[in-house]
Design a protein around this ligand. Sequence first.
Ligand SMILES: Nc1nc2c(c(=O)[nH]1)N[C@H]1C(S)=C(S)[C@@H](COP(=O)(O)O)O[C@H]1N2
Ligand SMILES: [Mo]
Length: 328
Amino acid sequence: MKKKTETIPSSEITPKDLYLSRRKFLKAAGLLAGGAVLAACAPQLVQPPAGTDTPQANTSTPKPVITPFSRATSDELGDPLNSYKDITNYNNYYEFTTDKAGVAVLAKDFPTSPWDVQVTGLVHRPRTYSVDELIRKFAPEERVYRLRCVEAWSMVIPWLGFPLWKLLKEVEPTGNARYVRFETIYQPEKMPGQRIPLYPWPYQEGLRLDEAMHDLTILATGLYGGELPPQNGGGIRLVVPWKYGFKSIKAIVKIELTAEQPATLWSSVAPDEYGFYANVNPRVDHPRWSQRTERRIGEFGRRDTLLFNGYAEQVAQLYEGMDLRLYY
Ligand SMILES: Nc1nc2c(c(=O)[nH]1)N[C@H]1C(S)=C(S)[C@@H](COP(=O)(O)O)O[C@H]1N2
Ligand SMILES: [Mo]
């Protein structure tokens, strides 16, 4: 494993004191419900649309209604967060539908808790973890990241998550491990898109081990201070902010350390359009459209796309010696 020296500590990305466990979060939510205690910290409070704020409970006790909040109002470049409504109602999730505005409705009753993730392959300590245990162990923190879809739209999203390296360190990759493979749940009875054999389900993705160990790479368990809605990849999803959104695989049930570069759904469907690396790069056009600019959801007009989605200072060293035009 390469030692990283130039990564930004999470404390510089977002406030240190927002390391909320789910339990602490519920407490905080209680405070919110009781009054305006945290209102000053949450100037852009957004009321979630009815029905999208409470992931379905397995019990008859309804979960408390959670008001999404974030201490941050913008990313580190000064651009405002997208609204909770945008983030949870404009989604790519082909297991449900290819209609971005239709995912939230179709995923509404998809059960995200309890949720288990198996960590396996070339590791000394293979294990299955529940997301609840991961949350207790690794205390998710807020990370405000840009998400840039290969389709040339983008958002700024306040995730709750923990760096993937913490989990990988715990399972101890063997000396032969060079890649990490991720697999989405396969549940065609609950995911209508998986009944259409157009894609080689289940969705799978992969990272090189040093990319996976980079401090910017997180497993997200929530957003806007609350739980991770099904349409955004609950129980748990990957977020790799310097790569096109399709690398950030949702609803992960398996993480496997491998010696060989794993197959990915998109690179097997269209290898010349969606490469394994998929680093955001305005200079490498998609075969069917330019990647020079993008549409920030909620804005008029277009803005320039940034190399590595604006994270070049932190991640460019991962690709030294690689011709970025060839590894798209
Ligand atoms: N399992 C799975 N993960 C997925 C996708 C998908 O279709 N299935 N779409 C990807 C794409 S193309 C994007 S842009 C992001 C969108 O994440 P969001 O809906 O939370 O904004 O999820 C990625 N992860
Ligand atoms: Mo995407």
